[in-house]
Design a protein around this ligand. Structure first.
Ligand SMILES: Cc1cc2nc3c(=O)[nH]c(=O)nc-3n(C[C@H](O)[C@H](O)[C@H](O)COP(=O)(O)OP(=O)(O)OC[C@H]3O[C@@H](n4cnc5c(N)ncnc54)[C@H](O)[C@@H]3O)c2cc1C
Length: 418
């Protein structure tokens, strides 16, 4: 770690908490700590928050937090649409509603579609009103500084110079490919999900079927697509077996158009040709994984850096935010008093590991029983029996929406004085 570090051009800076990564996990944690007056510095490698096809689905748990922080007024104008259900439709027109958000007893009985970049920009601007909040954009963290077995800071590159930042705690919220996870010697244990997703967008036009206010998963002959209305455009995710993109591309755009035409509703057929370049398609190599240990002395992983989520259910942002709230609850007080112990860090893992395992277990089951099964047959898809039972029974059919919205453990701001 320090041995490989390049020469540092600038004198060491100091902060209580150095948060690496300005995604939902890092930004929410930095905001909450700064709100409490904890000296926090957020380092983000990009110049802005814009990313193509990032998670934009804000479930009720995230909306509750935003409301609790008094930021709903700021978020409301950013909401592009409100999705009230998640439903499957097969090619013969059979449908099954898997999660009915509009039936939930919640302040926010829907999934809000909010461009992630705009949410992060809003939060960073709001955080700037807290004197103890500092943010460095285009600050690419290269190395962890380790002394006596403890992580005591980072080296980051900005404007071609290496800077040193010392901290009582370094939080790695640097996403699914986390460099800091590797630098800390923590291994990501991965599963082999059967799918990848090819994301593309089709324009929204006046007169489009305005009734479509949910997430629809359309199942064809060995094909599958997620379709959701974003107000200004339709977001489409063509789900393919893992690694199939290479062959799909080899078969040409004409064949791709035919395949997606079978899945898209008729009112969208007139604009399929807008996908006239593979550059208009973003490939999400679906990964699922998590680490066994989220922390080392002076160091904590949260969000995708600790657990890479499948896109099923669109919960990645929400779990990242829930981690941030739990980390805040356990760490704000120790950070204020300058003594974060390994027990404090272990408490965050203990709190968040179980809900993560549960949702990843559900996602893995859905990947096998629904996605893989649907992609491997050309016959009409038959929904698994448990799903049919759940969707029919009034007492049970509220459960899937609730589990997606809140998970099995809902974090609220409480700031434990641990
Ligand atoms: C194509 C795609 C579609 C998705 N769709 C959905 C969806 O619909 N709904 C949903 O809930 N989730 C979705 N997800 C998942 C969701 O985006 C993630 O789960 C969520 O963003 C994780 O938040 P995070 O803060 O942990 O990490 P990230 O959002 O990945 O943020 C990490 C941040 O760290 C920065 N960073 C990385 N390395 C460094 C470094 N060395 N130094 C400084 N900064 C660094 C990055 O620039 C980035 O800003 C999707 C993901 C992808 C890739």
């Amino acid at each position: 770690m320090t041995n490989n570090s390049p020469p540092v051009a600038n004198p060491a800076g100091k902060t209580s908490c150095c948060v690496v990564g300005g995604g939902p996990a890092g930004m929410v944690l930095a905001y909450l700590l700064a709100m409490d007056g904890v000296d926090v510095t957020l380092l983000e490698s990009h110049a802005d928050f814009a990313r193509e096809f990032r998670g934009d689905t804000f479930h009720a748990s995230s909306m509750d937090l935003i409301d609790d922080l008094g930021l709903l007024e700021k978020l409301d104008p950013l909401i592009l649409s409100r999705l009230n259900q998640l439903a499957f439709t097969t090619r013969s027109g059979k449908s099954l509603t898997m999660a009915k958000f509009s039936g939930m007893k919640s302040r926010f009985p829907y999934v809000a579609i909010v461009p992630q970049a705009e949410f992060l920009t809003m939060l960073s601007e709001e955080a700037k009103s807290f004197p103890s909040f500092k943010i460095q954009m285009q600050a690419n963290v290269q190395e962890l500084i380790e002394e006596g077995g403890e992580i005591v800071g980072v080296h980051y590159k900005k404007n071609d110079q290496v800077h040193e930042l010392r901290a009582d705690l370094v939080v790695a919220a640097d996403g699914r490919a986390s460099r800091l996870r590797k630098k800390a010697g923590i291994e990501l244990i991965t599963e082999a999900p059967p799918m990848d997703v090819l994301w593309f967008r089709l324009p929204h036009r006046t007169g489009d079927d305005e009734q479509k206010d949910g997430v629809e998963i359309r199942i064809g002959s060995g094909t599958m697509m997620v379709l959701l209305g974003r107000g200004d455009y339709w977001q489409c995710g063509f789900i393919v077996l893992k690694g199939a993109y290479h062959d799909i591309r080899g078969a040409g755009l004409g064949k791709f158009h035919q395949e997606i035409k079978e899945l898209l509703p008729v009112f969208l057929h007139d604009r399929i040709k807008e996908i006239d370049d593979w550059k208009k398609i973003a490939v999400l190599a679906v990964q699922v994984g998590r680490v066994n240990k989220w922390h080392r002395p002076g160091f904590l992983l949260i969000g995708d850096a600790a657990h890479v989520m499948s896109p099923i259910g669109g919960v990645g942002i929400n779990y990242a935010i829930q981690d941030a709230v739990a980390a805040y609850n356990y760490l704000s007080h120790p950070l204020s008093s300058g003594s974060v112990t390994d027990e404090n860090l272990a408490a965050v893992q203990k709190r968040r590991e179980w809900p993560t395992k549960v949702i990843q277990g559900i996602q893995t089951m859905a990947q096998k029983r629904i996605v893989k099964a649907a992609l491997q047959t050309n016959e009409e898809f038959t929904f698994p029996l448990p799903l049919r039972i759940i969707s029919k029974l009034p007492l049970l059919n509220k459960l899937p929406a609730w589990v997606l919205a809140y998970g099995v453990r809902h974090e609220t701001i409480e700031k434990r004085k641990s």
